[in-house]
Design a protein around this ligand. Structure first.
Ligand code: NAD
Ligand code: MG
Length: 385
């Protein structure tokens, strides 16, 4: 395999830094061609000095001079701002984009990469939640693969390799249950951000960690799965599996179930997506069946974790409803992380926004953009204090 040039959008985040670990460990297979960050200029500079990419983009324009200055002795091209981020995705200097920006901000660059005909390793689930129909249609038109990085979707993708046209009866998305598994609303009402930021099995960025604590993450993943694997809503089931060893499963139309298992380590789905269809040998810790283990499964508690119920509603409703849900949730998580609202208020905010913003059955891309803006404005108007 010749060296694959990777454009990492969101290189300073949890996924981005782990992807760079994979690239560092496999210099014959990969190089980092584009690196982007929103505000962490120091880490972006360090990464650029080590990996010597063609291009770096810093989202926050106030940090442009610092980055430019620090890289002045290199031939790395430096750009800044939101427009530059989207333009960098359209530069024909890489072979695959790793979409590792968090939230709606990842949509535009990813669409530009698809437009350019570049395969996508997709971590940014919000892209598919917001505009999955358009993203998947454009990818199909360009005949480029969208390879999931999200561990559950990577598991399903791996289960489907070699299955050709065999029919899926359903997929079973596993959920760890997060730090508040088994808790009830009288407990959750008092939860503060520091507690919610502690995840039992995974270390991730702040937004997805909060989404995991509210189970919104699993709801977003149901919608992500619908688009990635072209499923109907009723074919998607969530089961709580607190050990996070089975990463997800596929049940085929003969009742046979395939599961993909392993230690919870995002480097594995990241390197699988970057190297697909090959696997890369590594020395990551292995799961050991000789040690006492007890893999368990239970139903999610939809009465307590109402975000999962709301996301399921959005999945069934379709149209711009998942986009509304996502926008309201981004505002809610942002407000919670700044101690502006309580843990359960996040759900209230999403629910009220879903009831308020007008529904569109088959939105255009512009209507998705407008929906996102309208939902954000409305959700933000609910945070008084
Ligand atoms: P993170 O917060 O650690 O990193 C986000 C990255 O995006 C950073 O590099 C940041 O600079 C950049 N960014 C943030 N806001 C931006 C903006 N407005 N414009 C441009 N760039 C911006 O997040 P993460 O945990 O790495 O997650 C990234 C994506 O991957 C999310 O969509 C998340 O749901 C998904 N994901 C993450 C994990 C995980 O283990 N962390 C697992 C599965 C899926
Ligand atoms: Mg996941």
């Amino acid at each position: 395999m010749s060296q694959k040039r990777i454009a990492i959008f969101g290189s300073t985040g949890s996924i981005g830094t782990q992807a760079l670990d994979v690239i560092r460990a496999n210099p014959d297979l990969f190089s980092a061609e584009i690196l982007t960050a929103q505000s962490n200029d120091e880490l972006l500079i360090k990464q650029a000095l080590y990996f010597n990419p063609n291009v770096v983009v810093i989202g926050d324009e106030k940090k442009y001079l610092a980055v430019k200055e620090a890289l002045s002795k290199t031939d790395v091209k430096v750009f800044a701002g939101e427009a530059a981020l989207a333009e960098a995705a359209s530069m024909d200097c890489y072979d695959m984009m790793l979409a590792a920006i968090v939230g709606y901000a990842g949509l535009r660059p990813t669409l530009n990469a698809i437009e350019l005909g570049k395969p996508i390793a997709l971590a940014n689930k919000e892209t598919l939640v917001v505009a999955g129909d358009i993203v998947m249609r454009q990818a199909a038109e360009k005949r480029i693969p969208i390879i999931p990085v999200d561990s559950e979707h990577s598991a399903i993708f791996q289960c489907l390799v070699g299955e050709g046209r065999n029919k899926i009866e359903k997929i079973i998305l596993t959920a760890s249950g997060g730090p508040f598994l088994g808790k009830k609303p009288n407990f959750l009402v008092n939860v503060k951000k520091d507690h919610a930021l502690q995840h039992p099995n995974w270390s991730m960025g702040a937004k997805i960690t909060i989404d995991s604590a509210t189970l919104m993450n699993k709801g977003l993943e149901m919608i992500e799965a619908k688009w990635l694997f072209n499923l109907d809503a009723h074919q998607i089931q969530v089961v709580v599996h607190p050990q996070s060893i089975i990463h997800s499963m596929v049940m085929f139309n003969d009742g046979s179930i395939k599961a993909q298992m392993g230690m919870p380590d995002m480097k594995l789905p990241i390197q699988y997506a970057l190297a697909f269809p090959q696997r890369i040998a590594n020395d990551f810790p292995r799961y050991d069946f000789k040690k006492p283990n007890n893999l368990s499964f239970e139903e999610p508690d939809l009465k307590t974790f109402r975000n999962l119920a709301l996301a399921t509603d959005a999945l069934y409703k379709g149209g711009n409803m998942p986009c509304i849900l996502n926008a309201a949730n981004e505002i809610a998580v942002f407000a919670f992380l700044r101690n502006r609202i309580g843990f359960l208020d996040m759900t209230e905010m999403v629910e009220q926004t879903m009831a308020k913003v007008h529904f569109i059955e088959q939105p255009t891309l512009q209507e998705y953009f407008d929906t996102d803006a309208e939902a954000r404005d409305f959700a933000a108007s609910l945070v008084h204090m």
